[in-house]
Design a protein around this ligand. Structure first.
Ligand code: SF4
Length: 329
């Protein structure tokens, strides 16, 4: 009999289509993971609700957009479980139970709590749901008894909190859960069109689904190293937002060539951007082609998600039976 595969859990908030930062920081890695582990990839619509509760209607459309992006990049429903969080109600039940044992100060000290409140200042995040976000996240992870959670360093604190909640739950009710480990992934910093980190909330994203002409329109005016005021001024690629895209999409020897050209003023920024664009568009072409095929048949995409929901439900229900027994319910 084949050895039981280790379980991986990760998720995305459906607040809009996925951008290149999501692709480079998560999806590209998920593709590798699906070949090795039993992966549960969740579209976490309840998490989206924690910041989008005043405008909840687009969440469903965005769920489809995210699924299209996932299928486009090559996530394969025969190799991973792609599902929608709110379709597996057991997440909510476990969230409630975990919230009973989670001390409030643990949540108040989560570093991303204050950061996100700062970042999303146009939203009122002074809510119970937003504070409890990491508890729902803990439920998402442990309900599948995930061994690994792929995260960048900035998210590692959430997994640590999950581990603390697990320890407390097990101490009180008995050993139901094992502690998930972080699968620390290098999340390269990808700059957006304004030079800040690429982020949906900054409105500076290049989307996976953007047509080539839109991508070109977004890239060509991008800010570069400010030392290059004139074509003859040498620059420093390490200080250039465009070069973060080179690192993500351009083969190493071409990158080095462009970097040399930048430092010696051998190439201009337009030329340098054109090199990056060539490789970026080459990467996106098959992805967008696949995405377009699925776009023609949204029913097929919802059916894939529904199949994923069924698989996820089965696993979640088995865990909840154990949890209820441990509680004596
Ligand atoms: S040449 Fe390239 S790396 Fe150098 S500043 Fe211009 S766009 Fe950036």
């Amino acid at each position: 009999m084949s050895e039981q595969k280790k379980v991986v859990l990760s998720g995305v908030r459906p607040t809009g289509p996925q951008h290149l930062g999501n692709y480079v920081g998560a999806l590209r890695n998920w593709l590798k993971l699906q070949a090795v582990y039993r992966c549960f990839y969740a579209i976490v619509d309840w998490h989206a609700l924690s910041s989008e509760y005043m405008n909840s209607k687009p969440i469903k459309d965005n769920t489809l957009e995210v699924a299209l992006d996932w299928l486009g990049v090559g996530l394969d429903p025969t190799k991973c479980v792609m599902f929608v969080q709110s379709e597996v109600k057991e997440h909510a039940e476990l969230h409630l139970i975990l919230s009973m044992v989670t001390p409030l100060p643990w949540l108040e000290r989560v570093p991303t709590y204050k950061e996100m409140q700062q970042e999303l200042q146009d939203k009122d995040l002074n809510t119970y749901g937003f504070l409890g976000y990491p508890v729902l996240q803990a439920a998402d992870i442990v309900i599948y008894k995930a061994d690994f959670v792929p995260v960048g360093e900035d998210q590692a604190a959430h997994v640590e909190l999950t581990r603390e909640i697990v320890r407390r739950f097990n101490r009180i009710f008995g050993p139901v859960f094992s502690e998930p480990q972080t699968l620390l992934t290098e999340v390269p910093r990808l700059a957006g069109t304004d030079g800040r980190k690429m982020s949906k909330s900054f409105g500076n994203s290049i989307l996976i689904k953007d047509p080539p002409e839109i991508i070109r329109e977004k890239v060509m005016p991008m800010v570069t190293d400010t030392r290059r005021m004139r074509r003859s001024d040498p620059g420093e690629p390490n200080d250039c937002p465009v070069f973060t895209l080179h690192r993500a999409f351009v083969p190493k020897e071409k990158q080095d060539e462009a970097a040399r050209g930048c430092r010696t003023a051998g190439i201009g920024c337009r030329e340098c951007k054109a090199i990056m664009l060539e490789y970026l568009l080459r990467t996106l072409e098959p992805i967008q082609e696949r995405r377009r095929e699925y776009e023609k048949d949204p029913g097929r995409v919802w059916a894939i998600l529904e199949e994923g929901n069924r698989k996820a439900r089965r696993a979640a229900q088995a865990t909840m039976a154990e949890v209820r027994a441990a509680l004596g319910f």
